[in-house]
Write a protein that binds this ligand. Structure first.
Ligand code: HEC
Length: 434
């Protein structure tokens, strides 16, 4: 029974991530109504927060570089920023502090709204800021190892998004210590994000051999289709690649295989992709091995028709643990996930709060300062699922009982995190009961 659970449990997933750049402040007067022009304020907001994805050839469907493009989409820009849909950053402000938070200020949102309402005035074209330049070089310098699929992949024009897992040839006779991964997407129009899992069981190779769709790699929904012994990181457009904190690194043992999962977002045309994965090693064994931690509830049973199906679970930290990043994971019915820690002496530490979960925008949220949790700390994970017919994302019509599993029509209740601790092994916790 447990073995079966464990298999599905590691239907982890798509830890998309993002970030880039600090927020900018815009000089709008607090007193009077805001007056906004493209040159004075709008261009700066779009350049800082949007054009890393909204530029030619990138994953977003249109460019927001330059006045003409911005003007064309002014009303939509106002609406998606007001709703908090764009830029895609789901962590609620004030509940956990993260690096590279990609969030507009209330003032910036107001500026974009006013600008759209005033029919997108340009202002002084000569003073318009230039769009940032994007380099195609590896941000951290030449990687120690560059890997990719052997063949080019064809991504068809239509249909659901695809999660394709590539078993990479990366054997080494020694244990290696990974401080960073980076990606050079072969085709930015379709590469939405990628995650690098570590397989120590050989299952990924078997899945690969059994998959007969005529293309390299095998497809899954979210999880990698095996029980990973680690996750080396994830990448998405606009992500600021960085090394693990000093004195820490992920371990990649001899015989373990890296499996690169790419989330392909279709573009409406037939596209080709062959993306490159860059891996950075440190020569010396780090003082602490960074590992992943995972909390799941495989007993999840979501009542059909229920709009706010709430699940609250807790787990205890057995030995002092430092958390570096958190990654909530649910499927299509997930709406909310809120995670809080309480130390044995009663101190409350908010970890993350996502009010508007979107399966498409799974991210790894890296803490601004690593969070140290003493032994005995209780972490509480609360989630809300919408299994009503009114949920446009509900994969079942009419709604039906939904249980834990890897398929599109199953759900997940998973919290992943990266951590170092005296446990010296990955941290697994399984919750249960309603
Ligand atoms: C990390 C990449 C990324 C960033 C950063 C980003 N976008 Fe997007 N945007 C996308 C993608 C991908 C889509 C299309 C799919 C989707 O809606 O998720 C999209 C869609 C949109 C849409 C169309 C929505 C619709 O309903 O069709 C608008 C408008 C938009 N973005 C505006 C913005 C603005 C304004 C910003 C900055 C404040 C921004 N985006 C930042 C990736 C991004």
């Amino acid at each position: 029974m447990l073995a079966a659970f464990m298999k599905t449990i590691f239907a982890l997933s798509a830890l998309g991530l993002l970030s880039a750049g600090a927020l900018i402040t815009v000089g709008a007067s607090k007193a009077g109504p805001v007056k906004a022009t493209y040159a004075e304020s709008v261009a700066g907001i779009l350049n800082k927060n949007c054009v890393s994805c909204h530029r030619p050839g990138e994953v977003a469907p249109f460019s927001l570089i330059g006045y003409d493009n911005a003007k064309k989409y002014a009303a939509m820009i106002a609406s998606v920023t007001k709703q908090g849909v764009m830029p895609p950053w789901k962590a609620v402000e004030g509940h956990g502090e993260f690096k590279d938070a990609k969030r507009l200020t209330a003032e910036e949102i107001e500026i974009l709204g006013t600008w759209a309402k005033d029919e997108a005035p340009r202002g002084d074209a000569k003073s318009e800021p230039k769009a940032p330049e994007f380099t195609s070089a590896w941000a951290l310098g030449k990687p120690d190892l560059v890997l990719s699929s052997k063949t080019e992949i064809t991504v068809g024009p239509e249909g659901p998004d695809e999660y394709r897992n590539f078993v990479l040839e990366n054997q080494s006779s020694e244990t290696r210590y990974v401080t960073a991964i980076d990606c050079k997407p072969g085709n930015r129009k379709v590469v939405h994000h990628l995650v690098v899992f570590v397989d120590g069981s050989g299952v990924a190779k078997k899945r690969d051999a059994a998959d007969k769709d005529g293309q390299e790699g095998y497809t899954t929904f979210g999880g990698p289709g095996f029980n990973p012994v680690g996750i080396l990181g994830a990448w998405a457009p606009g992500y600021n690649v960085r090394h693990t904190p000093d004195g820490t690194a992920f371990e990649l043992k001899s015989g373990q295989t890296m499996v690169m999962q790419i989330h392909y977002h279709r573009s409406g045309k037939t596209e080709k992709d062959r993306s490159e994965l860059g891996v950075y090693f440190t020569k010396t064994k780090p003082a602490k091995i960074a590992r992943f931690g995972i909390f799941v509830d495989p007993t999840l049973q979501i009542t059909p028709g229920e709009k706010s199906f709430r699940v609250t679970r807790s787990f205890k930290i057995p030995a002092e643990m430092t958390m570096y990043a958190v990654m909530p994971h649910m499927h299509l019915l997930g709406r909310v996930m809120k995670v809080d820690a309480k130390t044995p002496d009663g101190k409350a530490i908010p970890l993350i709060y996502i009010k508007d979960w979107d399966f498409n925008w799974q991210m790894q949220y890296e803490f601004k300062k690593p969070v140290v949790l003493p032994a005995g700390t209780v972490v509480t994970v609360e989630a809300v699922f919408d299994n009503s017919a009114a949920n446009p994302r509900n994969p079942n019509s009419p709604p039906k009982l939904v249980t834990f599993g890897e398929e599109t029509t199953d759900e997940m209740f998973v919290l992943l995190f990266t951590q170092t601790s005296a446990l010296d092994q990955p941290f697994f916790e399984i919750g249960s009961g309603r």
